[in-house]
Design a protein around this ligand. Structure first.
Ligand code: ZN
Length: 325
């Protein structure tokens, strides 16, 4: 079998949040991302599925949430992503420190990691993220209605960090199947990178740390559910899917998510991965200027729209309680 081209970088990261109004208030009104799709969980339509991204809703910028307000908090530990990294332009972190202070966002002191200035912070539901000053080659589209000035807006996903019980099986899988390269070690973290030259440019990092004594983490409010990596199209996806299967990882069939096609599998360390196609994108079922304003349902749920809308919380509260720094 010929080796498939590497995955292109992160496509999106999906996490579990608490109350959806608080989630929207933080990601849209504090972090300044654009809500580009308001939908429901396709397997259980009672909670929302909210997608935030840059002004164009481009793959590589997207962070999505299942707001499960009554779920238990997640448990950090091996096999669960512990931190999500987002890029901001060089020189922006002082702006963000002031903004986070004004909104009472919990932060840690500025630090350097692998030579990049990094500001770790925690979202209202306990999810750990960090802003990183980096210039990944990525065609960013600002969102003009963001409360954050364009020159400081979050650019894209940068990567993720996860502790694993053992690194070796994941190292072999990442380098042999997914096309990552090892890029050095710092403070116990091994950095893996995807070659950026062929496309994505965003989200090409994965930092892993061996934590043989730590317990297995568990999904819940504030934890990352899966990391989705970009593939060019269904042909690229099928080739990588075959390589994943040949490595014994039992990938799902290709599932149509309307905005992209998806394949899911667990990498050897227990982190859930997805391969998601670049297109067709979020404008396939909405006007690009009006993304995220209307509840979008899959066709089989459309006949039940009024019942579904009746039980979903009203997200307009988030806008009406907006506070500007
Ligand atoms: Zn996904």
């Amino acid at each position: 079998m010929t080796r498939p081209s590497p995955a292109r970088g992160l496509h999106h990261i999906t996490a579990i949040a608490g109350d959806p109004v608080e989630n929207l208030r933080f990601y849209q009104h504090v972090l300044g991302l654009r809500l580009v799709k308001k939908s429901v969980n396709q397997d259980d339509p009672s909670p929302y599925h909210l997608f935030y991204a840059d002004g164009a809703g481009a793959p590589g910028t997207d962070i999505t949430f299942f707001p499960w307000a009554h779920a238990r908090p997640g448990t950090p530990g091996v096999g669960v992503v512990g931190e999500t990294l987002l890029t901001v332009p060089h020189g922006s972190l002082p702006f963000w420190q002031i903004r986070f202070e004004a909104f009472d966002v919990r932060t840690e002191p500025l630090r350097e990691r692998f030579g990049e200035r990094t500001l770790p912070f925690v979202d209202p539901h306990g999810m750990r993220l960090a802003l990183v000053e980096a210039d990944d080659p990525f065609a960013f589209t600002p969102w003009p209605a963001s409360p954050v000035p364009a020159e400081h807006q979050v650019r894209a996903l940068h990567g993720a960090r996860a502790p694993l019980r053992e690194l070796e099986p994941t190292r072999v899988f990442l380098t042999d199947v997914m096309g990552f390269r090892q890029h050095g070690e710092e403070d116990g973290w091994q950095r893996f990178v995807l070659p950026g030259a062929q496309g994505a440019g965003a989200g090409h990092l994965l930092d892993l740390r061996a934590a043989p004594q730590e317990r297995r983490g568990a999904w819940g409010v504030g934890s990352v559910h899966h990391l989705a990596w970009t593939v060019d199209d269904v042909a690229h996806q099928s080739a990588l899917r075959e390589a994943v299967a040949a490595a014994g990882r039992r990938p799902s069939e290709i599932i149509d998510r309307f905005w992209f096609q998806s394949v899911y599998f667990m990498e050897p360390g227990g982190v859930l991965f997805e391969l998601a196609t670049k297109g067709p994108g979020f404008a396939v079922d909405e006007d690009p200027d009006a993304l995220g304003q209307r509840l979008i349902l899959p066709p089989w749920l459309e006949p039940h729209r009024s019942q579904i809308e009746a039980v979903l919380p009203d997200l307009k509260q988030a806008a009406s309680s907006e506070v500007r720094a």
